[in-house]
Structure formats: structure tokens, C-alpha cells
Ligand binder design. Structure first.
Ligand code: GTP
Ligand code: MG
Length: 190
């Protein structure tokens, strides 16, 4: 797919979601798992989505319009231990409200850290995705941190747990990018 234009069109902290019928590819995952880095990598951009080594950077729902045709939606990362309870509850509520409101999700992309594997928060997200009947894929990110012989094992563990396709990925190195674009393109066609 030729990307001609990407822009951040809306940042939402409460439930003032974007009311737009265009298709949405949604990125969810634990804080610090690399959602923002992955979005930048997919567009060959450095700073479209804000990346930080301090977890909890993305506290809002961010809508990136691509080629004026569809959206990438970056959800706030969940499950970072040091975030106050009130803030965690706010995120949980925001995520739930988002999926209640948003009727044009064509693909939910759950990003997990290949090395850490699946967390309870990821399980909750998969349940939410099942409840809303969202087509879902999992990205096993940060494979650059694994030894070659560990990659398959870790990816298989994640795949076995949910029986959902897992794409081995490195947002840092751009590994898996083409497969993810193909998956997105297929989802857009349906
Ligand atoms: N080694 C490695 N590090 C990565 C990769 N992707 C992201 N990171 C690093 O992980 C940290 C968090 O990345 P972000 O993209 O900000 O993560 P996020 O999921 O958007 O985090 P929140 O906004 O807090 O939800 C940064 O230090 C990134 O450089 C990857 O594929 N490999
Ligand atoms: Mg982020």
C-alpha cells in the first residue's frame, strides 16, 4: 500500500470519541509494549506517535487518518503498575466506552511483548474483543530482544494460548512490517 498521507486528527481523553464511519485498525496492548513505536514504524515516521521510555505515555485515544481513507487508532496502554489506581480505572472505563461507541473496527491488533508473553490485561482485552466480535490478531513485538532459537517458542506459546494468529514483530527493526501491512490490506478489502 502506498502511504501518501498520515495525520493525527484527534486525541481523546474522555469519551468524546471521533464520530466517523471510516474503517479503523485499532492497536491495543500493555503500556510500554511498543504500540506507538509500531505505528511510527508502519509509516516510516519517527515522531508521529509519541514514544517514551517512561511507560504510560499514551494516556489518550489517538486517531491517525491514513490516506484520507482509514484510521489507525492508538489506545492508551493498560496495566502499568506504577500508575495510580484512579488512573487505571479511568483507562479501563475509557477502553470499554471506546468499544461500545466505535462500530467501524475492522481489525483489533493486540500487541504483546514476545519475551513477557500474555498478561491478565491481555486476557481481558481478548475477552472484550470476543464480546464485540472483533477480528483480532496478535503482534509478538520486540523479537529483536530474543535469541533466534527462542523466537519460535515464544511466538508458539502466545499462539497456543488464544489460538489467534501471531505475527512475530520488531517495531524497532521493522521486522514483520510487510506481513502486518498485508493483513491490514486484506481487512480493508472485506
Ligand atoms: N527492543 C525493542 N524495543 C522496543 C520495540 N518497540 C518499542 N520498543 C521500546 O519500548 C519502549 C516503549 O515504546 P512505546 O512505543 O512508547 O510503547 P507504548 O506501547 O506506546 O507505550 P504507552 O504509550 O505507555 O502505552 C520504548 O523505549 C521503545 O523504544 C521493539 O520492537 N524492540
Ligand atoms: Mg504509546
Amino acid at each position: 500500500m502506498k502511504i501518501t498521507d498520515t495525520k493525527l486528527v484527534k486525541t481523546v481523553y474522555d469519551n468524546d470519541f471521533l464520530d466517523d464511519k471510516r474503517k479503523k485498525i485499532v492497536f491495543a496492548g500493555r503500556s510500554n509494549v511498543g504500540k506507538s513505536t509500531l505505528i511510527n514504524t508502519m509509516f516510516n515516521r519517527k515522531n508521529l506517535a509519541k514514544v517514551s521510555s517512561t511507560p504510560g505515555k499514551t494516556r489518550s485515544v489517538n486517531y491517525y487518518l491514513v490516506n484520507d481513507k482509514f484510521y489507525f487508532v492508538d489506545l492508551p496502554g493498560y496495566g502499568y503498575a506504577k500508575v495510580p489506581k484512579a488512573e487505571k480505572n479511568r483507562w479501563k472505563k475509557l477502553l470499554n466506552e471506546f468499544f461500545y461507541f466505535e462500530k467501524y473496527v475492522i481489525l483489533l491488533t493486540l500487541i504483546v511483548d514476545s519475551n513477557i508473553g500474555i498478561s491478565d490485561y491481555d486476557k481481558q482485552m481478548i475477552s472484550l474483543a470476543a464480546f464485540f466480535e472483533l477480528p483480532t490478531i496478535i503482534i509478538g513485538n520486540k523479537i529483536d530482544k530474543l535469541k533466534k532459537n527462542e523466537i519460535n517458542k515464544k511466538i508458539k506459546e502466545i499462539n497456543d494460548y488464544f489460538n489467534i494468529p501471531v505475527i512475530p514483530f520488531s517495531a524497532k527493526k521493522g521486522i514483520g512490517k510487510n506481513i502486518l501491512w498485508e493483513t491490514i490490506q486484506n481487512a480493508l478489502k472485506e
